[in-house]
Design a protein around this ligand. Structure first.
Ligand SMILES: C[S@@+](CC[C@H](N)C(=O)[O-])C[C@H]1O[C@@H](n2cnc3c(N)ncnc32)[C@H](O)[C@@H]1O
Length: 291
């Protein structure tokens, strides 16, 4: 069957199923099947074999049921690299690249001290692995509560050749750690969706992505509060913290850091859409706990 015909029919079917980016998605599915780039799809008068037509039909049915393309093809691009993804992990989002960018910018300017880095809630491992690749002299510890997610992250570390420098720990945030300020950088993209907003999420997210990766409690800040409360135990004086936040959480996190003494350079970095996206803070000293 001619690829142009298949393409057009598939786009129409996805649009009818309520998929907004139908043309882009069909391009991804076809190029995955044909093992070519999306740009190459239409350069020759390509035909799909009956076997590939059948496989494409199965892919299309899954997408029409609103399963995300990344789970269908089993990978997602982040930081110009391809990462394995399964339904056990959140699909990497482009906004999260701002966390990597913020840490690298400070490192290039010489503001980041030596020492290991920590990724809390690593999911597919994107933050830990990109930081390990970009800062080849560092060790990274990557934590997740989900064991199946850690298996995906470990496979990604192997895929990108950083297994010897990224260590995976199954823990509920810092529970598995003995308090001791050893990390020079802590990054996290915690679950920050308010429970009240969960029902309004697109089916791709609500039905298919792991709730553990999304659900931030009633107001969306339950996990943010736990991480920030315990941060002092493991971050070195002079160490940096980078945390992805929801577009409506800027004031909340700035106030949280105002109340916690011992941090300076507290600011929120905006994404390309101009929305608040990453909280950045530097620890000035170990905070003495009273009482
Ligand atoms: C928003 S996802 C981020 C995944 C990945 N870092 C990314 O940016 O794509 C949050 C991650 O935190 C993990 N998580 C949720 N609660 C946790 C907890 N209490 N302790 C450790 N990890 C947790 C989830 O399993 C999930 O992988």
């Amino acid at each position: 069957m001619n690829i142009k015909k298949i393409y057009q029919q598939a786009v129409e079917r996805l649009l009818a199923a309520g998929v907004a980016d139908a043309a882009i998605d069909v391009g991804f599915l076809l190029s995955h099947l044909l093992k070519c780039s999306r740009a190459e799809l239409f350069v020759a008068d390509r035909y799909l074999s009956p076997g590939l037509v059948e496989q494409f039909g199965k892919f299309l049915a899954r997408r029409m049921a609103r399963e995300p393309v990344a789970y269908i093809i089993g990978e997602q691009e982040f930081w110009s690299l391809s990462f394995l993804v399964t339904p056990d992990v959140l699909i990497p989002r482009p906004e999260t690249e701002h966390v990597v960018e913020a840490a690298l910018e400070l490192n290039k300017s010489g503001f980041v001290e030596n020492g290991p880095m920590l990724d809390l809630g690593t999911g597919s491992g994107i933050l830990a692995i990109c930081l390990a690749l970009e800062m080849p002299d560092r060790q990274v510890v990557a934590v997740d509560r989900s064991r199946p997610a850690l298996l995906v992250a470990a496979a990604n570390a192997k895929r990108h050749g950083v297994s010897s420098r990224v260590n995976f720990v199954n823990s509920c945030w810092l529970e598995a750690f003995r308090p001791g300020p050893i990390f020079s950088v802590v990054v996290t993209n915690p679950p920050y969706v308010a429970q009240t907003s969960m029902a309004a999420l697109e089916p791709e997210v609500r039905v298919f992505e792991p709730a553990l990766a999304l659900d931030g409690g009633f107001h969306g800040v339950r996990e943010i509060e736990i991480i920030c409360r315990d941060l002092d135990q493991i971050l070195k004086a002079g160490g940096w913290f980078f945390m992805e936040i929801g577009f409506d959480q800027e004031e909340y996190v700035l106030e949280l850091f105002r109340k916690m003494s011992g941090y300076d350079n507290v600011r929120v970095i905006r994404d390309y859409a101009g929305l608040p996206r990453v909280l950045q803070a530097r620890k000035t000293a170990t905070v003495k706990k009273h009482g």
